[in-house]
Structure formats: structure tokens, C-alpha cells
Ligand binder design. Structure first.
Ligand code: PTJ
Length: 247
């Protein structure tokens, strides 16, 4: 376990790194995932390692979308599985969403390791292993999804998605919720709901909002969704980075 007191000013970032390292050791996270983590950390530092107001709003909008959806799916890759496995299971329960393992660098070994890891954290029905659907416009391995999962989803949460796939999913007419600490990344730019926040904070906070909104009418949820401006959210995040207060 991580031998650093929680009061350490860089606790969260050290904790995150430790989890990702463990993920690589367990065959869950790819080596590229380590690089992605480093990139994310730099942006998080510039954001002050906090959930900015515009991200909190986007997280509430994401919760409303997931609650309104007919077939919501939470996509899990090697970084997400290492960082927030239990939190993804809780979000799925709070919103009635399915969980699907969906990898940029797909191998059978890693698909199975992540499937096992999610089950150890309480997931019962994990999709992704069938791989019997395709995202049009992508090469073979990158295109694979489950036909009854992401293939037929109307709303997908894709944390840390690669730009090509984010774009291709958007072209399939799906409502995409992207969590990415880089507001300039293509995935964040093409998302209906870009969330510029660390997955560590974003996923549990979407769950908090989903529980708060659980009894609201569809009309109320639709008003929350309609009132959201993705470009304004991205601009607010960029502004926070430029004028922020890193610790
Ligand atoms: O497990 P796989 O095979 O599906 O691969 C997953 C990675 C993440 C390696 C793959 O999708 C990839 O290469 O992604 P990119 O293109 O490196 O993009 C990752 C994005 O996530 C970057 O914009 C980072 O800033 C951002 N990011 C990294 N860590 C976090 C993050 N965003 C939110 N929270 C984080 N903890």
C-alpha cells in the first residue's frame, strides 16, 4: 500500500500514480496508460486538483442524461478500471447503466483481467467480451463493441477516450459524455458533455448528482440537459487553467 500520509500535499496524485502502477502490474492498465496518466496529472495540477464549478455542473448534466437514457453504458478502459472500479459499479447502480470494457489497445488477456477486476468490485454483468458489434469508420480492433452494449446505447460515458473513437461514436448519433482533464483534447471537443475533471473525482460526483436527481421528473431532467452549453464548459475550464491557483 501507499506509504504516504493523507495530509501530504500531493497525496492524491501519488495515490493515483500508485493505482496506475498496480494496474500495469496486474495486467489491467496498458503502458500507454502510464503516459496518459502523466499527461492528465499535469492538467490536474494546473486546475488546482479540484472540481471546478463548470465541471460540477457538467457532472450534474451527465447524471441527468444517464437517468433519461433508454440504454446508458459506462465504458471502462485500463486506466478507469485501475482508478475507479468500485465507483463505476456504484454509478451503474445509481443510473441503471450497463458497464462495458472497451479498450483502445484490445487484447483478450486485458479484457479478461478487467472483467475479473470489475466483478471483484461488485459488478455482476460486464459487457465487452462478446465484441460482436462495430463502430463504423475505425480499424478492426478499435471498432469492436458489444452489439447490445455500446452498439445500441443512446448515452455513453467514455472517460479518457481516444479522439478518433470519440468522434466515431458521436457520428453514430450517441450522446457522449467524456471525462478528460485536457479541455483541448479532441474527445472533450466532440463530446455533448465534456467533463474537465479527474475521473477520481468526476465518477463519484456524477453518482452523488444521480442520487439527488433520482426522483425528478423527465421534464426537470430535460431542462437540466437543455440548459447546458458544452463550449462554455470547455472555455471555463481553459480559463481556470490559465488563471488558476496551482498548489
Ligand atoms: O486501456 P486502453 O487500451 O483503452 O488505453 C487507455 C488510454 C488512456 C491509454 C488510451 O485511451 C489513450 O492513449 O488515451 P490518450 O489519447 O492518451 O488520452 C488520455 C486523455 O486522458 C488525456 O487527454 C489525459 O489528459 C486524460 N487523463 C489522463 N488521466 C486522467 C485523464 N483525465 C481524467 N482523469 C484522469 N485521471
Amino acid at each position: 500500500e501507499l506509504d504516504v500520509p493523507e495530509s501530504h500535499p500531493r497525496y492524491e496524485s501519488l495515490f493515483t500514480r500508485h493505482r496506475i502502477e498496480e494496474g500495469v502490474e496486474k495486467g489491467i492498465t496498458s503502458k500507454q496508460g502510464l503516459i496518459a496518466e502523466g499527461r492528465g496529472e499535469a492538467f490536474d495540477y494546473l486546475l488546482g486538483e479540484r472540481t471546478i464549478e463548470s465541471a460540477d455542473e457538467a457532472e450534474r448534466v451527465a447524471a441527468a442524461h444517464l437517468l433519461l437514457a433508454d440504454n446508458p453504458v459506462l465504458s471502462v478502459n485500463g486506466n478507469v478500471a485501475a482508478l475507479v472500479p468500485g465507483e463505476i459499479v456504484e454509478l451503474a447502480a445509481a443510473t441503471g447503466a450497463d458497464i462495458e470494457v472497451n479498450l483502445f489497445n484490445r487484447t483478450d488477456e486485458r479484457m479478461e483481467a478487467i472483467d475479473d477486476h470489475l466483478r471483484e468490485h461488485g459488478a455482476r454483468n460486464v459487457k465487452g467480451l462478446a465484441g460482436d458489434g462495430r463502430i463504423p469508420g475505425l480499424d478492426h480492433e478499435r471498432a469492436k463493441v458489444d452489439a447490445d452494449g455500446i452498439g445500441s446505447a443512446d448515452v455513453v460515458l467514455v472517460p479518457l477516450e481516444d479522439g478518433d473513437r470519440a468522434e466515431a461514436l458521436g457520428e453514430m448519433g450517441k450522446t457522449e459524455i467524456v471525462i478528460d482533464l485536457n479541455p483541448l483534447s479532441r474527445s472533450a471537443q466532440v463530446a455533448a458533455v465534456p467533463i474537465v475533471d479527474n475521473v477520481l473525482r468526476a465518477v463519484p460526483n456524477i453518482t452523488v448528482h444521480a442520487r439527488e436527481l433520482a426522483d425528478e421528473s423527465d421534464a426537470t431532467l430535460e431542462a437540466i440537459v437543455d440548459g447546458f452549453d458544452p463550449d462554455a464548459a470547455l472555455q471555463a475550464a481553459e480559463q481556470a487553467i490559465r488563471s488558476g491557483s496551482p498548489q
